[in-house]
Design a protein around this ligand. Structure first.
Ligand SMILES: [Cu+2]
Length: 483
């Protein structure tokens, strides 16, 4: 289905992802006109997650999620972003390899979209696959700002060659609303495969002792949604037996790690963070760190009415799920708890990987200083918390060279590590060598290690940070300078 640009511009005001059925919007061929291909307006509005659960927050085009933007790989697009709020904003197209001007990260030097002003952003979209856009301002202790709001929307960059072995595509945007602070500490979760590393645990315990006192603030949520609707609200995803549905799933949380299961069905992983995987392994359920995306094929071969939802009972009961309804089936949606399953990135990689020696290696030790900043945890990389004044650490890399980044986590939190303006390749996860899995976010497990490599390809500054808003705002950032 192709929609021309005039229809598209009208549609961006109204397009939504109700019931998992996105409006298909595609950019028309660029022409010499003064009109942008897409228009986004940032402003406060209401998101009706359920009757009686209407949330006032900041949205794109007055809707949650923001409209699906469909780009063509390598074909220039322009985007007019209007900021109807009283504070400067940044729009970050996440997972794209684009210039600083379009990247929407103040630390790199991207310009703000002024309050009640507008900026035109223009770039050549790449790489292909499932990406997204979100705000990139600091929130600090203000839970009405940045990724705690509803400022998120999906991007799909169509590849030059589309494999297309599916019957339909469904986008699922997982998002929590109504955040509050708590000091109970994070709930431990069995998410990732691999063991805790003894010396990291010991160092973590030592730091806990050094910074003892009340637990640093964590963020919890009242309401949970998929595509802006709580479980059981909105339209179900209606399927037919034998249908092959390609789900593009985004964890759009400000800091949560999410899971997703569909009773009686398995997920065949096609792409991680939009990038096709070397091995399309089947898994019983999904784990997604903050900002991670999974594209997974599900063969609809288990008729019924099912809850596709989060494993956490509390979160699912407060909305984190969506109903899958087979044609001809009726009744209340059923949920059954799946067997525990730990996420292992390496099963999607090339077997027997032996990574070549990189041109340079950087080691990072992640440490938490409990409650060190007015009750907020301070996060340090190699002993240093990032500050906008000092702009340190800054790591110099050379264009075209390959670098390995090794992260060791001396805290019990999972950190979804994100590098702007580059894709990276996982080379070692929980001690296991791998290759061929390209990502822009990877979960670093509690007291675990992860190593990845990237070929520096974007000149100038590229921001690196933990994608948990609370962690990046309190020190967990660094800048790479590509010269
Ligand atoms: Cu983190």
């Amino acid at each position: 289905m192709l929609i021309d640009r005039r229809t598209l511009l009208k549609a961006t005001g109204a397009a939504s992802l109700l019931g998992g059925m996105p409006q298909i919007v595609r950019a028309a061929a660029p022409e010499s006109t003064n009109k942008a291909d897409y228009t986004l307006r940032i402003g406060t509005g209401l998101a009706e997650l359920a009757p009686g659960h209407i949330v006032s927050t900041t949205l794109y085009n007055g809707q949650f999620p923001g409209p699906l933007l469909r780009f063509k790989e390598g074909q220039q697009v322009s985007l007019d972003v209007h900021n109807d709020t009283d504070t400067p904003e940044l729009l970050h197209p996440h997972g794209l390899i684009i210039p600083i001007d379009a990247d929407g990260a103040a630390e790199e030097g991207s310009p703000f979209i002024p309050a009640h002003g507008m900026r035109r952003i223009s770039f050549i979209p790449k790489p292909s696959g499932f990406r997204f856009y979100h705000t990139h301002i600091a929130a600090g202790s203000d839970l009405n700002r940045s990724t705690y709001t509803g400022q998120v929307g999906p991007i799909y960059i169509e590849p030059k060659n589309n494999p297309g072995a599916y019957d339909r595509e469904v986008f699922l945007i997982l998002k929590e609303f109504e955040p509050t602070f708590s000091q109970g500490g994070d709930m431990p979760m069995d998410v990732l495969a691999g063991e805790q590393i003894k010396d990291l645990k010991e160092l973590g315990d030592k730091k806990e002792e050094e910074f003892k006192g009340p637990k640093g603030y964590e963020v919890g949520y009242e309401l949970f949604s998929i595509n802006g609707k709580m479980l059981g609200q909105g339209e179900p995803i209606r399927v037919k037996k034998g249908e092959r549905v390609l789900f593009h799933i985004l964890n759009a949380s400000a800091g949560e790690i999410r899971s997703l299961a569909l009773p009686g069905h398995r997920f065949k992983i096609i792409a991680l963070d939009g990038n096709p995987v070397p091995t399309q392994a089947e898994v019983p359920l999904l784990w997604l760190g903050t900002a991670e995306r999974i594209s997974a094929l599900v063969e609809m071969n288990h008729p019924g009415v099912w809850v596709m939802g989060d494993l956490a009972d509390d979160d699912r009961k407060r909305g984190m799920g969506i109903v899958i309804e087979y044609a001809g089936e009726k009744g209340e949606a059923q949920w059954t708890k799946p067997e525990p399953y730990l996420w292992d990135y390496t099963i999607f990689g090339k077997a027997n990987a032996k990574p070549a020696a990189p041109d340079g290696t950087f080691d990072f030790l992640v440490v938490k200083e409990n409650g060190a900043i007015n009750g907020f945890n301070r996060w340090t990389l190699n002993g240093e918390a990032f500050s906008m004044e000092a702009m340190k650490p800054t790591i110099t890399v050379h264009k075209g060279r390959r670098y390995r980044l090794k992260f060791r986590n001396a805290s019990d939190d999972i950190h979804p590590l994100h590098l702007h303006r580059n894709s990276f390749e996982l080379v070692r996860v929980h001690g296991k060598a791998t290759a061929g899995v390209l990502k822009d976010v990877v979960m670093l497990g509690g007291y675990q290690e992860v190593e990845f490599e990237f070929v520096a390809e974007s000149e100038g500054l590229s921001l690196f940070h933990c994608h948990q808003q609370l962690h990046m705002d309190f020190g967990f950032m660094a800048l790479f300078n590509c010269v």
